[in-house]
Design a protein around this ligand. Structure first.
Ligand code: HEM
Length: 499
């Protein structure tokens, strides 16, 4: 070995030792910071924590194994974030309902700070969140949320949607984009006061940005754990893309708000933006509940949350129809008996259609649309079931642990709407166990709208079309992609017109 080789070997060894020492220091200092009675969980690796155990694997499956090993409340490091995962109906109710004052904050983070400027409904905490949520909910109720007065708007959209599907003449067609556009148009008409044509290129692009961000912003993604990678050259971790997508959505919402400001009448409130602007005029720009950024962030929250979630549920519903022909026939029988074929179904028909309700509930359960909900955060040390959840921890309400619980739902892997019906054919109360919209104070703000959309869209679709697979030799799969939502893989189907 010559002198050069020897010195480079020495340098290599020194660097290796230095790295190992730094990692050990990090690990030990991390362990020292944690209280002794932290919820149990896997150790993970220095710096990255358990990310290697989650990446490219089925996170839901990994969390099921951790629950079996460590119990209903377990903790793990995801990057630098101590994360506590809460599983099962009992622990979820105890934390998010009974002790809602301690468990209802959001963890904040890079996107809340840099994109939403700590404003809006979805990412804020404390008094600001409470006031914004209360104001938004009461405004949305006035605009018809959960009421019959919104129904005609939804039905108008459904008529346009059915038209496009009919034009495919029963040929194989991927309904994904159409469904997203139709569902998004409903929240657009509530917030912006207008809908967009399905051919509108800008609208199509915006909804695809929302879908992309739902995919990129998942548990274990770089933006949640190491947002500083945005300052590295290139965009290997897609953080720049995610930020650019949000910025484009924000610019679009800001344009809409400007347009409203220029056209608003004296006492006439056209939509959600107008309601905010009227209050802004009363309270002054200095009030953080009604300032420009809170309007922008709240509208973004509604536009984003109201677009992808219901559309994803409808895509699961159609897939389950195609793969369960007897269930599809039974649903159609119920529609024909209650509604007939000459008019569109309406909310007034709902109490007479328990099988449809059971079907939609089963889609929400097995579709497992937002399986890990949206993260909450611990604003102070929380003592819970004899353990300590340290201040600053991220809390994950694991809704998947409920949907797949064999104690609650016999044969949970089977698609079986009947599980929600009693001997009398009416709903048996078990539908309340399906926590698709989460629970407690942060329960989905759009639940009543989503339920209305699911009922009206699905009943209208089944009334008008028979759904068949693209071809008999092409197998459809129940595989899913997990982001914020759990989305089915792309698929085409044939919608054959019946009436
Ligand atoms: C099937 C459709 C939907 C599902 C499964 C769903 C599910 C959820 C879930 C799991 C959360 C998190 C709750 C938590 O933090 O524990 C949430 C929050 C939220 N959802 Fe939905 N959602 C749906 C549709 C909608 C619609 C249509 C809107 C639009 C109005 C909406 C607006 C929101 C908002 C604004 C929040 C944040 C609430 C807050 O932080 O206080 N969602 N949703």
């Amino acid at each position: 070995m010559d002198i050069l080789d020897f010195s480079s070997l020495l340098t290599f060894n020194t660097v290796t030792v230095a790295i190992v020492v730094v990692l050990l220091i990090l690990l030990v200092s991390q362990l020292l910071q944690w209280p002794a009675n932290l919820p149990p969980g896997p150790t993970g690796y220095p710096v990255v924590g358990c990310i290697p155990l989650l990446r490219n694997r089925n996170i839901l499956e990994v969390f099921r194994k951790f629950r079996a090993q460590y119990g209903d409340v377990f903790s793990l490091k995801i990057g630098p974030n101590l994360t506590v995962v809460i599983n099962g109906t009992d622990a979820l109710k105890e934390a998010f309902v009974k002790r809602g004052d301690e468990f209802s904050d959001r963890p904040g983070g890079f996107l809340s700070k840099n994109i939403f400027k700590n404003r809006g409904i979805g990412g804020t905490s404390g008094e600001h969140w409470k006031h914004t949520r209360t104001f938004s909910l009461s405004t949305l109720r006035n605009l018809g949320f959960g009421r019959r007065s919104l129904e005609s708007r939804v039905q108008e959209e459904i008529a346009a949607y059915l038209d496009v599907i009919e034009k495919q003449n029963g040929k194989p067609y991927d309904m994904k984009e159409m469904t997203v556009l139709a569902i998004s148009n409903i929240i657009c008409s509530i917030t912006f006061g207008n809908r967009f044509e399905y051919t509108d290129a800008k609208f199509k692009r915006l909804t695809s940005l929302i879908a992309e961000n739902f995919r990129l912003n998942s548990v274990g993604s770089a933006v949640r754990s190491f947002p500083w990678v945005i300052y590295l050259p290139g965009d290997f971790f897609n953080v720049k893309k995610l930020v650019q997508n949000f910025t484009d959505i924000k610019d679009f919402v800001a344009e809409q708000i400007d347009e409203h400001r220029n056209t608003i009448g004296e006492d006439c409130q056209r939509d959600f933006i107008d309601a905010f602007l009227i209050q802004q005029k009363k309270h002054g720009e200095g009030d953080p509940i009604y300032d420009d950024m809170n309007v922008t962030a709240s509208v973004m929250n509604l536009f984003i949350a109201g677009t992808d979630t219901t559309a994803t549920s409808i895509r699961w519903a159609i897939l389950y129809l195609i793969l369960n022909k007897p269930i599809q026939d039974k649903l159609r029988k119920e529609i024909v008996r209650v509604v007939g074929t000459s008019r569109l179904p309406s909310l007034a028909d709902k109490p007479e259609m328990p099988y449809f309700e059971a079907f939609i509930t089963e889609v929400l359960r097995m579709g497992d649309i937002a399986p890990l909900s949206v993260p909450h955060g611990a604003k102070k040390d929380i003592r819970f079931r004899g353990m300590v959840i340290p201040k600053g921890s991220t809390l994950i309400p694991n809704l998947d642990s409920v949907m797949t619980d064999p104690e609650l739902f016999e044969n949970p892997d089977k698609f079986q709407p009947e599980r929600f019906l009693g001997k009398d054919g009416k709903l048996n109360g078990k539908e309340r166990d399906v926590l698709a919209f989460s629970l407690g104070r942060r329960v989905c703000l759009g639940e009543s709208l989503a339920r209305m959309e699911l009922f009206l869209f699905m009943t209208s679709l089944v009334q008008r079309f028979e759904f068949l697979p693209e071809s008999t030799d092409k197998l459809l799969s129940f595989d899913a992609t997990l982001g914020v939502t759990r989305a089915s893989k792309d698929y085409s189907c044939r919608a054959v017109k019946l009436v």
